[in-house]
Ligand binder design. Structure first.
Ligand code: SF4
Length: 231
């Protein structure tokens, strides 16, 4: 009874958020290019579970709790700051902190106990994201703060700005933008479908129907339309 109502609330709200994507998000950096392409093209995707949407919302609450503590400690110089407007990418850093007269970009990540226990260094995709924030805010240091959402334990990693890494990420996004504009579906990940990203990918089903290499989006849409009237 309540479960169905609550699930429906989350799923309906998620549908209401769907809109045309015209710029990359910082969270797209370092992700599978094909998955990002499909997202831009609003390709048919597996429905997100209401349970997962609730987990995302729970993660947002944890972020706010941490931020409120940092505000109380007087460390927060600004919170929820958008990256400066430019053509390619948009995103919002959790906070910029001041600690011992130095500025830090803060990115908070909530993860489960299993990942938390095995986390000896920052996840590569999180490093990609914080490098872009450091690049756009022109700040030399960042902190990746991981919260174990099951136990509320914390782990932190200081990250130093790596201009070459940020520039490479931006070049890759620019190359992907050319493919998006030219309707060329990027190649699959080489280790599809065993790659961890594929296991949680909403486009796994249609990805398996496209060829492994680059292919024309127009041709693939025709193939999909002949199977289901979605596009
Ligand atoms: S299933 Fe894997 S290769 Fe295919 S789009 Fe998703 S992440 Fe990329």
């Amino acid at each position: 009874m309540l479960k169905e109502l609550i699930d429906k609330f989350y799923l309906d709200r998620e549908k209401g958020k769907e809109r045309e994507q015209t710029r990359f998000y910082v969270t797209d950096a370092g992700k599978c290019a094909r998955a990002v392409f499909f997202k831009f093209k609003k390709a048919p995707r597996g429905e997100m579970e209401a349970r997962v949407l609730r987990m995302f919302e729970h993660g947002d609450y944890i972020h706010r709790l941490i931020l409120s503590t940092l505000f109380s400690l007087g460390l927060v110089r600004a919170s929820e700051i958008n990256v400066p407007t430019q053509q390619i990418i948009s995103g919002r850093a959790d906070a910029i902190l001041t600690w011992e007269n130095e500025l830090y970009v803060l990115d908070i990540k909530s993860i489960n106990s299993f990942l938390f226990k095995n986390l000896l260094q920052p996840k590569e995709e999180n490093l990609d994201q914080i490098q872009l924030y450091l690049h756009f805010f022109n700040i030399q240091k960042g902190i990746l703060l991981y919260v174990n959402k099951d136990t509320q334990e914390l782990k932190e990693f200081v990250v130093i700005s790596d201009r070459a890494r940020a520039e490479k990420l931006l070049q890759d996004l620019q190359a992907l933008k050319t493919k998006i504009d030219g309707n060329v579906i990027p190649a699959r990940l080489a280790d599809f479908p065993s790659n961890k990203e594929c296991q949680f990918c909403q486009f796994r089903e249609i990805c398996g129907q496209a060829s492994a290499n680059e292919m024309s989006w127009s041709e693939f849409k025709k193939k999909l339309s002949s199977q289901r009237p979605l596009l």
